[in-house]
Design a protein around this ligand. Structure first.
Ligand code: HEC
Ligand code: HEC
Ligand code: HEC
Ligand code: HEC
Length: 197
């Protein structure tokens, strides 16, 4: 035992096995992966934060009481939008008709299929009127995102609206880039991981 310890101590002292490579400096993560903002700003958030709501004031061009608005279609059944609405991308499948969601008698309101009118900032209720199972998941915290406090006594919990993530007119969630894996500080470990691929 004594000899074994003596040999080991000498070997360590003389650095027979060398040292692992110095840690490589961790590259900084691209800011897009640490940005906690939602994909888009819902009308509710825009109003809450005092943003530019000019796009939500339909009355600056429409006077639906005097001139009712009708939806126009192309020969292939898709919706034909006027120049003023060319920025809208309509990709909600068979649910593209404007008046499935907007109230034709007051364009600044939303309207569910059962005739309930909602303010534009209540879009989540509109979505939930057709996407019942998703709304239930959202309420249970399985779909979407909640921030704020877990314990209601400590503070409010804020749930992101459907339109914070989905564009009402083109709701499919776009593909997003995955964040890189964890940084392996030791080059030798990184090498081992590379080797495992
Ligand atoms: C910059 C002017 C402008 C604003 C603001 C505007 N619209 Fe329009 N919109 C038009 C014009 C022009 C048309 C085509 C003529 C018409 O139908 O009156 C149109 C048509 C429409 C149509 C019929 C679509 C079709 O197929 O022709 C709907 C629905 C509509 N608008 C909803 C809205 C809603 C809801 C808002 C507010 C959130 C709004 N618009 C704000 C100018 C505007
Ligand atoms: C009037 C009923 C109705 C309302 C209101 C409604 N949807 Fe939909 N939604 C549908 C239908 C129907 C489909 C399937 C369309 C298809 O495949 O033709 C759909 C599809 C979707 C999809 C899948 C899209 C895809 O390409 O995979 C998403 C996401 C979605 N809706 C989100 C929303 C959100 C967010 C709202 C609220 C702003 C909303 N929906 C409001 C009826 C509705
Ligand atoms: C699935 C429901 C749904 C359909 C169908 C729909 N909208 Fe909307 N629209 C909304 C909601 C909800 C908002 C508010 C968006 C938000 O919270 O960000 C909105 C916002 C708007 C706005 C103002 C803000 C913006 O995005 O430019 C205009 C203009 C508009 N819609 C026009 C139309 C027209 C025209 C059609 C038909 C061609 C249409 N919408 C079809 C639900 C719908
Ligand atoms: C924090 C962002 C976020 C919020 C808030 C959110 N969603 Fe989603 N939603 C997603 C993502 C991400 C997907 C998955 C997309 C995929 O798999 O391609 C999705 C998928 C969907 C789908 C497609 C079918 C499915 O279940 O996979 C529907 C419909 C939908 N959401 C409706 C809603 C409705 C209605 C609300 C509000 C009650 C809502 N979403 C709130 C991010 C969100």
């Amino acid at each position: 035992m004594t000899i074994l310890f003596a040999v080991t101590a000498t070997a360590l002292w003389r650095d027979v096995w060398g040292h692992p490579a110095a840690p490589s400096s961790a590259p900084l993560l691209d800011a897009q992966f640490t940005n906690t903002a939602t994909l888009r700003m819902s009308a509710a958030e825009l109003i809450r934060t005092g943003g530019d709501t000019s796009g939500l004031t339909c009355g600056s061009c429409h006077d639906e009481k005097k001139k009712p608005v009708s939806v126009h279609f192309n020969a292939d059944g898709t919706i034909r939008l006027p120049e003023e609405h060319k920025d809208l991308v309509m990709q909600h499948g068979r649910n593209n008709h404007c008046f499935n969601c907007h109230d034709p008698s007051n364009l600044e309101l939303l309207k569910t299929r059962d005739g309930t009118t909602l303010k534009v900032e209540e879009g989540t209720k509109l979505c939930g009127s057709c996407h019942g199972p998703t709304l239930r998941d959202w309420e249970a915290g399985i779909h979407g995102r909640a921030t704020g406090f877990w314990d209601p006594r400590a503070g409010a919990r804020v749930k992101a609206d459907c339109t914070s993530c989905h564009d009402a007119h083109s709701p499919a969630f776009p593909p997003i880039k995955a964040a890189p894996g964890p940084n392996l500080f030791r080059a030798s470990l990184a090498g081992a991981r590379e080797g495992a691929h």
